[in-house]
Design a protein around this ligand. Structure first.
Ligand code: ATP
Ligand code: MG
Ligand code: MG
Length: 380
């Protein structure tokens, strides 16, 4: 019996545990928070990621270590890797943790992306804003998630406000300025690479964010065949360069026929949650197969799938469960503003029929706005 250790015990760890149970896997989770929701389904060690005694004991109990959270200190990942296999590698994790190194890598691989620059001072910010033009976005290089640690600059007058808000982070997190992409669509490639280098990608997913937080996803995304192939090609190039093992996501902006990379997530990803019911093999199962060196499962899907994120608090499940392709996920987390507490997946063979079902859910839950982009995409 193999035991998989997961650093971070949130909903992603929880879904990995649920995916691994049929395969007879055991799990040990490690998280600084005693109420991490993964603790509902597997033993949870509560300790700081920097606690080397706790990490050493954790390494003793597991056969392989992986992540539900990418901001584990690189030092701690390396400490574990000296004792037990860690996938993805601490090096791959380190690149993906830092927007500057990640974007430098994209550029070096010929993956198109908006202009970006490391920012060390207010004067440098002003100079780069002049160079890139407005609007643009100042982001922390590290530790950002769900759109946190970002400031959108719309006019030159925003330079001081942006610096007042994020300038204090320049030592701790670093800062990066990016050109703003007036995209028509956002998509992500969720893909997996095995220990032996085998690469598979799920159908490209279309995503909608509200206030920087993922709100809804639809797969497959509507892209031209050329864009579709390019997106998957970028993901493969990236995975091969990083000698990546496990599931990861590459987020891209679509503007006309252009595809521009935004960021990568070195882990299973919210935009791949639909794969649980919508694909032959879910991202969670394939991630486990990859880190354990098992054969990868097929990533094909049948029909169409839509995922709706529940943020802040859980709505009533009945509207989703009443639909033939409706599935409900409640992470068992305390409700809190802006917090991801669950999601629903709706699946259907027929896009128009699925759109009608999603619309019914939106109406019943008074979330017409949340479902509207998914409905429109499925009806196109
Ligand atoms: P995640 O939760 O996906 O890790 P994050 O906090 O790392 O999010 P980003 O993915 O960089 O943040 O940004 C969140 C969202 O903000 C993007 O999905 C996109 O909608 C918008 N955004 C970010 N950067 C840009 C940009 N350069 N141009 C236009 N929109 C952007
Ligand atoms: Mg991110
Ligand atoms: Mg993102």
């Amino acid at each position: 019996v193999k035991t998989v250790g997961i650093l971070g015990g949130g909903q992603l760890a929880r879904m990995m545990v649920l995916a691994g149970a049929p395969m007879g896997l055991r799990f040990e989770l490690f998280d600084p928070a005693a109420d991490a929701c993964g603790g509902q389904v597997a033993p949870l060690q509560v300790a700081a990621f920097e606690d080397e005694a706790a990490l050493a004991a954790f390494a003793e109990r597991v056969d392989v270590v992986t992540f539900d959270f990418e901001n584990v200190p690189a030092r701690s990942a390396q400490f574990l890797a000296d004792r037990v296999p860690v996938h993805p590698s601490p090096d791959a994790l380190a690149v993906a943790q830092d927007r500057l190194s990640e974007k430098t890598l994209f550029a070096g691989l010929g993956i198109p992306l908006p202009p970006f620059a490391d920012i060390r001072s207010r004067d440098e910010l002003a100079a780069r804003v002049g160079e890139f033009g407005l609007p643009c976005i100042l982001k922390t290089r590290r530790f950002g998630y769900d759109g946190k640690g970002q400031f959108r600059l719309r006019s030159a007058a925003d330079i001081d406000a942006a610096w007042a808000e994020l300038g204090g982070q320049v030592e701790r997190t670093g800062l990066i300025l990016e050109g703003f992409v007036a995209f028509e669509r956002e998509v992500s490639v969720v893909a997996v690479r095995g220990l032996d280098g085998e690469f598979r990608a799920w159908p490209v997913t279309g995503n909608w964010h509200v206030n920087g937080v993922l709100s809804a996803s639809v797969a497959p995304a509507r892209l031209s065949p050329a864009q579709y192939d390019a997106a998957i090609g970028y993901a493969r190039t990236l995975a091969e360069k990083l000698d990546y093992v496990g599931v990861f996501a590459l987020e891209l902006f679509c503007r006309g026929e252009e595809l521009l990379a935004n960021e990568m997530a070195p882990r299973v990803h919210n935009s791949g949650h639909w794969t649980i019911e919508g694909s032959e093999t879910s991202q969670f199962e394939n991630h486990l197969r990859a880190v354990l060196g098992l054969p990868l499962g097929d990533t094909r899907m049948l029909g169409h799938a839509c995922m709706l994120n529940w943020i802040g608090e859980m709505p009533d499940a009945d509207a989703v469960l009443a639909q033939p392709g409706g599935h409900w996920h409640d992470y068992g987390k305390q409700p809190r503003d802006g917090r991801k507490v669950g999601h629903a997946t709706l699946r259907g063979d027929d896009a128009a029929q699925l759109a009608t079902e999603i619309e019914a859910v939106g109406t019943r839950l008074q979330r017409a706005e949340q479902v509207a982009p998914a409905v429109a995409t499925l009806r196109r």
